[in-house]
Write a new protein. Structure first.
Length: 311
């Protein structure tokens, strides 16, 4: 069965899980209205992913080139593990940590731009990181991640590939069948040397395995420390955002008070100008009255002088 069209599947698996069922049912209903009941049934069978799986799908669908780089790194890691190349494995392990960290950061950025996504503090980024690390150990899972149709997160805490490869010393493509018992001839120096070689090879494998397990323990310690630092950084960022919100609220109140003060100042200026005009008018009127009184006093003086002359 071919299944639903790729564009329909990608659109649904880009949809946040909270809205997935509604979007899937709407797509199935549209297929029925279009006269394609088989397609409607296929769409209705699509299962809703968990939030962590949706985040991984979003990464695979929006940034396929980054997931392709992850798959290539997974192939290189598995090759180095099979050959037990310590220096190359350490180098690739460092690349793995950097690549997974960058992908988790990209997932956080993509989720921030997705409508209906959970808030940054509720994103299950640890499950996303676990799934990406598991994809590095399992080729089949890496292809599932690349398809963008993952349904749940995956955790792998083992060592090497999944399943863990069987390490055994063989002489060819297949283990040779047991040879028939030979007659006892005394010590076989060739057999003794072969046994010694096998023991030395097993000892070397054990030594390399121990070194790799120590490297893995150090890597996990580094990861735990980095995750603790990340949690601290998230808490600090959250506190900073709260402080910024408080400052912005205070600034908004100050802006409001400033606007009120500006309005009061404007009204005071208008009142001052009106008072200045009134005072100027009053001063002018006072001058006019004073001049009239002085003129009247002069007339009274002239009249008094006239009366004296008449007498």
């Amino acid at each position: 069965m071919a299944g639903p069209p790729r564009d329909v599947v990608e659109r649904l698996y880009r949809t946040p899980p909270e809205r997935f069922v509604a979007a899937r049912d709407a797509a199935a209903a549209q297929a029925r209205r279009d006269g394609d009941p088989k397609l409607a049934r296929e769409i209705a069978r699509l299962r809703r992913p968990t939030v962590a799986a949706w985040l991984v799908n979003l990464l695979a669908l929006e940034r396929p080139e980054l997931v392709a780089d992850l798959v290539q790194l997974a192939d290189a890691l598995r090759e180095a593990q099979r050959e037990l190349r310590g220096p190359r494995l350490r180098e690739l392990s460092a690349q793995r940590r950097a690549a997974v960290g960058a992908l988790v950061a990209e997932v956080r950025r993509l989720a921030a731009g997705a409508q209906g996504a959970p808030s940054a503090g509720k994103l299950p980024l640890a499950e996303v990181e676990s799934t990406l690390n598991a994809a590095l150990a399992d080729a089949e899972l890496a292809e599932q991640v690349r398809s963008g149709r993952l349904l749940r997160s995956v955790h792998y805490a083992g060592f090497g590939e999944v399943p863990r490869p069987q390490l055994r010393l063989v002489t060819g493509g297949e283990e040779p069948p047991a040879a028939p018992p030979a007659r006892q001839r005394g010590p076989d120096r060739g057999a003794l040397r072969a046994e010694q070689a096998r023991r030395a090879a097993r000892a070397e494998l054990t030594r390399r395995r121990t070194a790799l397990e120590k490297e893995l323990a150090r890597a996990r310690t580094d990861q735990e420390r980095a995750e603790a630092e990340l949690a601290g950084a998230v808490a600090t960022e959250r506190d900073g955002a709260a402080a910024l919100d408080a400052v912005e609220t205070e600034l908004a109140e100050l802006e409001r008070r400033r606007a009120v003060a500006e309005q009061e100042l404007s009204r005071a200026r208008l009142a001052r100008r009106a008072a200045e005009r009134a005072a100027s008018g009053a001063r002018r009127r006072t001058g006019e009255v004073e001049a009239a009184m002085e003129a009247l006093a002069a007339e009274e003086g002239d009249a008094a002088d006239g009366d004296e002359a008449a007498d």
